[in-house]
Design a protein around this ligand. Structure first.
Ligand SMILES: Nc1ncnc2c1ncn2[C@@H]1O[C@H](COP(=O)(O)OP(=O)(O)O)[C@@H](O)[C@H]1O
Ligand SMILES: [Mg+2]
Length: 252
């Protein structure tokens, strides 16, 4: 059975694309067939993160009716499939976003996981990816604006009868000015299932055009992202980090 999961935040810049790229790696490593889709049609970045930004045909071509599904699926060296969106604004002309559902329907039974990198905002595009998903991961940062936005996403997802897997809090510094995990849970009324620390290695991995879990698996954020991937398949990631490895990850 194919599970369709949206990583949604409402707000932009909280770490959706980063998390989607990393989860694709982890789920592949766990033996799952993964297809990741850039459902952020107006400001797509997934291709940039994964090295598929200069592709002959993209999701936009499919949505315009100018490409077949097989033409827009690209194979990442790590083993998962990527459906990137077009980067140029011109490519948005004539795009029928509702066709996104045709695409996921076509993939049903052919892959274990479809991960959707959702659009920011709560407009038509973002709501569409919620609509075509079965399960939603609410991604936020520990600040009021970001948390209020996932609260809205949660309400929309509830109205659509979707399963909300829980909240992922990214870029946690545990500083006083941040909302605590308890405060976030009290506001949104869903459990925090993952807490990913602020980690300089995230930026470094992006510069290297690699997923953090691959580039620096020992780094604090990579460990938490891997734990989340394991959680999605009902497994526990038991990580024992030796002192030497920790030291190495600091210097990398
Ligand atoms: N845990 C983290 N620690 C440090 N920087 C992060 C972390 N997660 C994301 N970032 C940075 O935040 C920025 C936005 O991330 P991105 O994944 O593009 O967000 P979104 O897709 O939600 O717009 C990027 O520069 C990324 O490197
Ligand atoms: Mg993004």
């Amino acid at each position: 059975m194919t599970r369709i999961i949206s990583i949604a935040s409402g707000k932009g810049g909280v770490g959706k694309t980063t998390l989607v790229s990393n989860l694709s790696h982890v789920l592949t490593e766990l033996g799952k067939d993964v297809t990741v889709i850039d459902a952020n049609l107006t400001t797509p970045h997934l291709g940039l993160h994964l090295g598929f930004h200069m592709v002959p045909k993209s999701l936009h071509d499919f949505l315009r009716g100018d490409a077949k599904l097989k033409d827009i699926i690209y194979y990442h060296p790590y083993g998962f499939k990527v459906i990137p969106a077009g980067l140029s604004v011109n490519e948005l002309i004539g795009v029928d976003a509702n066709k996104l559902q045709n695409l996921t329907l076509n993939l049903l039974g052919k892959t274990d996981f479809i991960l959707l990198d959702s659009a920011p905002s709560l407009g038509k595009e973002a709501t569409l990816s919620l609509k075509i998903s079965d399960e939603i991961l609410l991604l936020t940062n520990p600040n009021i604006p970001a948390v209020l936005d996932i609260l809205k996403v949660a309400k929309i997802a509830e109205n659509l009868n979707k399963v909300i897997l829980g909240i992922v809090v990214n870029r946690v510094n545990r500083k006083e000015n941040e909302l605590s995990l308890k405060e976030i849970e009290d506001l949104v009324k869903y459990p925090v299932i993952s807490e990913i620390p602020e980690d300089i290695n995230v930026q470094k991995s992006l510069t290297a055009r690699r997923a953090l879990v691959d580039y620096n698996p020992e780094s604090p954020a990579a460990i938490e992202m891997r734990k989340l991937g394991y959680f999605l398949v009902g497994k526990e990631f038991n990580y024992k980090q030796s002192f030497l490895k920790r030291l190495f990850s600091w210097f990398k």
